[in-house]
Every structure is written in structure tokens, then in C-alpha cells.
Ligand binder design. Structure first.
Ligand code: NAD
Length: 455
């Protein structure tokens, strides 16, 4: 089976490699010449565990090719995947300009029947519009179908996730296309959810919004734990063992970030308001998420003061989650910026995201370090911002020795409170008893800064 994948980013490149590994002949297409040049010269444009090996193996085996030409890339394909980005637009809705551009070019280039599959995360009604755009741009009389096949993989474990997906959603309006999709995924053991286009589009947003809701929920429980003298990790464990709830996405921390959850939650809320429905729960999810990073900042400010200009802080973790180099909408990056805004000198380190972080943060007040230990040297406090295992396994005695003052703010509950405190390190985490803020310390961050300035 011959496939074309348009957009070779975090989704498209992984998809192309996995499909090729499944024995399909795949052409990856991207308008970014530098990206295609990089991939074909054997260098991955992103960090994803196992990706480099999989891409190189399949290129070598002749099943995986890349091009910048969409007409050439899709010419022989039976199935064409659209995997371009759908970032948040100015009004909160998904910016679909890349999807529309690709649909137009597909229409202009179509020479034989193909199934066009929209894998990008797109709002209700987009697949229907893609169909219209392709039709409007056809240069010759040729038939095609459009299928919605949203992607559920997680960066950091995307190859494993795609190969062992819990379910594959196929939105369709043509039996012919459905048969092609069944053939494509016939070896998968997990269920195929076959449905109409609009339900398929909504399954993706509803899933991400539900996971974001779990995160905001456990963060609220964390707030309660701090006030009530309980421990959020213990509570989450007890909850998560219930199969109806499940253990995933119950880690209290700094709130959700990354290139999907924030934009998808906002886009779903926008879809709701467009449909004249006020999705009340989602408003709460977004508000809690926004406040969560402020709460962490307040813990730092309540201990070190709001003028951090004579402080050196070590920040470990810049990617939006572990096992990726992706810093798009990363809460860690946001916090680094906020700390810099309070005058702090920051020594930052991430195992994979340094290059992307450098682009987002630039130079002022930031020293980029090549190890966690280099970052903590001489620091007045250490902030753990991303849940890399490397940080969970730090030699804390060494950390304490290197720091100017032994204080850790653990935004991901990565360390063991008892162990850290037994070494004489002052430890602040999320949702732990004795870690909460007083009512006075828990005022809005702007009020704290204003009052401190007027002192
Ligand atoms: P990305 O930005 O990493 O990749 C998009 C790629 O599309 C880029 O390489 C870009 O150059 C290319 N592109 C843009 N316009 C093009 C055009 N006209 N022709 C050819 N290529 C073009 O984005 P991503 O993270 O891979 O996300 C892609 C889609 O998948 C989004 O809709 C996203 O919401 C969805 N998704 C992402 C994830 C994730 O974890 N990243 C998970 C599930 C779904």
C-alpha cells in the first residue's frame, strides 16, 4: 500500500516512520526545505525516543522517502494524510490556514482516486470543508474521499503509542474509503471506532479536554490537600486504582501545557460558543490551569521575596513534558520567563530541549548549562519544572553541596519529600501538607508584587 504524509512534524514524521515499519511505501512531504534536507541527511529535526533509528532503517530499506513537492509526493499514493499544524488562532479557534492550503494543493494535483485523511486536530465541520476545497480546485475529473482519522499519541512515547493505540477513530462518509482504511489498519488488535466525520472530529477534542479536566481536577485536589493536611500523590494513587477513574493524568503539578492541550481546550470552548453553548466546565478547567503556575510562583516569592534580582535560581526542565524537545506552550518556559521578570538570574538545563528553549528565551539573565549539577552550582534555590527521570535520580547530597542555599521547589512532585528533608534541604512541592501558602501569601500575584513595591 502506498501512502503520502503531508507535514513531517511531531505527528507526520512519526506516522511516516511507523507506517513504513508496517510495510507500507511512504512518502513524507513538507514545505520546510531545511527539515526535509535534515531528515534525508539522516538528522532528525525533533527529539523523540526511537525515531531516528526507525526513520533511518526504513529509508535504508527503501520504504520511506521524503520530498518538498506535494504533487510528486502524492502522485502514486492510495491514501494521503494531512498532518500539518493547527495552532491556536487569535480568537482562540484553531488556525486552519495550513489545512486549507494543503487541501487546495491536493485538489490542484489530484490525478487519480485517493483517500484524503485528515489526521491534524481540526474542529467540527473541517473535513467537510476540506472536501469542498479539494473539489473546487480539481484540474481534472477525478473522484476522491475525505476521512477523519485523529491522532492520540503522546510526544515522548509516540512510536509506542501509535503502534499500540487504544483505539483508531475513523470518520467517514463513503464505504469505499472505509474499506481502504480498514485495510490500512487491519493488523491492529485494538478497536476501530467507525463513525460520521463530525463525531470523529469531536472525539479528538473531547478526549483532550477530558484529560485536561483530569489534570485541573487533581490540581484542585492538591490545593485542598495542602489546606487539609493530606497528600495529593496518595490521594491520586487511591483514586487511580479504581478502573473507572484510571491512574493516568492524575499527577498534580504546574498544570497542562504543550502544543495540544491548551490550544485544543480553547478551540473546543470556541466551538461550543459558536454553537451557542457555554461549556461551563471547560472555563473552570482553563482558569485552574492558568492559576496553577501562579501558585507555584507564589511559593517561590513567599520564600525568597518578590525581588529576585540578587538571586540565582537553577531551573531544571524546559520541555513541556519529559522525553521530548518540544517547548511549544511549555509551562516551564512560561515560569522561567516569569522568574526572569522578577529579576532572577537563571541557570537552566534540559536534557533535550536546550536548542528550542534558546530560541524562545534568548540571552538576558539566562545561563544555559550542560548538566543539572552545573545549573545548581551556587544557586539560591532549585526549581524542578519538567518531569525528566534524570531529575528524579539526582544525587541530592551533591546538589546540596553545590547549592548556595539548600532549597528545592519541585513543580512536578518528582522527589521524595521525606528523603529531601532528611538531608536538611527545604522542600516545597505540590499538594503536600505543610507546603501550603497562608491566605496572605495566596493573594493574586499582581497584588503581591504591587504591595511589595509599596513597602
Ligand atoms: P508540527 O508543527 O510539528 O508539524 C507540522 C508540519 O507541517 C511542519 O513540519 C510544517 O512545516 C508542515 N507544513 C505546514 N504547512 C505545510 C504545507 N502547506 N505543505 C506541507 N507541509 C506543511 O505539528 P505537529 O505537532 O506534528 O501537529 C500536527 C497536527 O497533529 C496538529 O493538528 C496537532 O494538533 C495534531 N496532534 C499533535 C500531537 C502532538 O503530540 N504533537 C498529538 C495529536 C495530534
Amino acid at each position: 500500500m502506498k501512502l503520502a504524509i503531508i507535514g513531517t512534524g511531531y505527528i507526520g514524521l512519526v506516522g511516516a516512520a511507523v507506517f513504513a515499519e508496517w510495510g507500507k511505501e511512504v512518502v513524507g512531504i513538507d514545505i520546510d526545505r531545511k527539515k526535509i534536507k535534515k531528515i534525508t541527511s539522516g538528522e532528525m529535526p525533533i527529539y523523540e525516543p526511537g525515531l531516528s533509528e526507525l526513520v533511518l532503517k526504513n529509508i535504508e530499506d527503501g520504504r520511506l522517502k521524503f520530498t518538498t513537492s506535494l504533487p510528486k509526493g502524492i502522485k502514486d499514493a492510495e491514501v494521503v494524510f494531512i498532518c500539518v499544524g493547527t495552532p491556536q488562532g487569535d480568537d482562540g479557534a484553531a488556525d486552519l490556514s495550513a489545512v486549507w492550503a494543503v487541501a487546495k494543493e491536493i485538489g490542484q494535483s489530484l490525478t487519480s482516486y485517493k483517500v484524503i485523511v485528515v489526521k491534524s486536530t481540526v474542529p467540527v465541520g473541517t473535513n467537510e470543508r476540506v472536501k469542498e476545497i479539494i473539489k473546487e480546485n480539481l484540474k481534472q475529473k477525478v473522484s476522491f474521499d475525505v476521512v477523519s482519522n485523529p491522532e492520540f499519541l503522546r510526544e515522548g512515547s509516540s512510536i509506542e503509542d501509535m503502534q499500540n493505540t487504544d483505539r483508531t477513530v475513523i470518520g467517514f462518509d463513503s464505504q469505499k474509503a472505509l474499506k481502504v482504511m480498514r485495510r490500512l489498519y487491519k493488523h491492529l488488535k485494538s478497536p476501530l471506532v467507525e463513525c460520521d466525520l463530525r463525531s470523529s472530529e469531536l472525539i479528538k477534542y473531547a478526549s483532550n479536554a477530558f484529560l485536561a479536566t483530569k489534570i485541573s481536577f487533581i490540581n484542585e485536589i492538591g490545593q485542598l490537600c495542602e489546606r487539609a493536611g493530606a497528600d495529593v500523590q496518595t490521594v491520586a494513587k487511591g483514586m487511580g486504582l479504581d478502573k473507572r477513574i484510571g491512574a493516568y493524568f492524575l499527577n498534580a503539578g504546574l498544570g497542562y501545557g504543550g502544543s495540544c492541550f491548551p490550544k485544543d481546550v480553547v478551540a473546543l470552548y470556541k466551538t461550543s460558543t459558536d454553537q451557542a453553548y457555554d461549556f461551563k466546565l471547560l472555563r473552570g478547567v482553563m482558569e485552574v490551569n492558568d492559576l496553577q503556575k501562579d501558585y507555584f510562583l507564589k511559593k517561590i516569592v513567599s520564600h525568597l521575596g518578590s525581588n529576585l534580582s540578587n538571586k540565582s535560581l537553577a531551573c531544571l526542565g524546559l520541555a513541556f513534558k519529559n522525553n521530548t524537545d518540544d517547548t511549544r506552550d511549555s509551562v516551564s518556559i512560561r515560569l522561567v520567563k516569569m522568574l526572569r521578570g522578577l529579576g532572577a538570574n537563571l541557570k537552566v538545563y534540559d536534557p533535550e530541549a536546550m536548542e528550542n528553549a534558546r530560541k524562545e528565551l534568548g540571552k538576558p539573565n539566562i545561563t544555559y548549562c550542560s548538566s543539572a549539577y552545573e545549573a545548581v552550582k551556587g544557586a539560591d534555590a532549585l526549581c524542578i519544572l519538567t518531569e525528566w527521570m534524570e531529575f528524579a535520580n539526582l544525587d541530592l547530597k551533591k546538589v546540596k553541596r553545590l547549592m548556595k542555599a539548600p532549597v528545592i521547589f519541585d513543580g512536578r512532585n518528582l522527589l521524595q519529600k521525606d528523603e529531601v528533608e532528611s538531608l536538611g534541604i527545604t522542600y516545597f512541592a505540590i499538594g503536600k501538607k505543610t507546603n501550603g501558602l497562608t491566605e496572605q501569601e495566596d493573594r493574586p500575584i499582581y497584588a503581591i508584587l504591587r504591595d511589595d513595591k509599596n513597602k
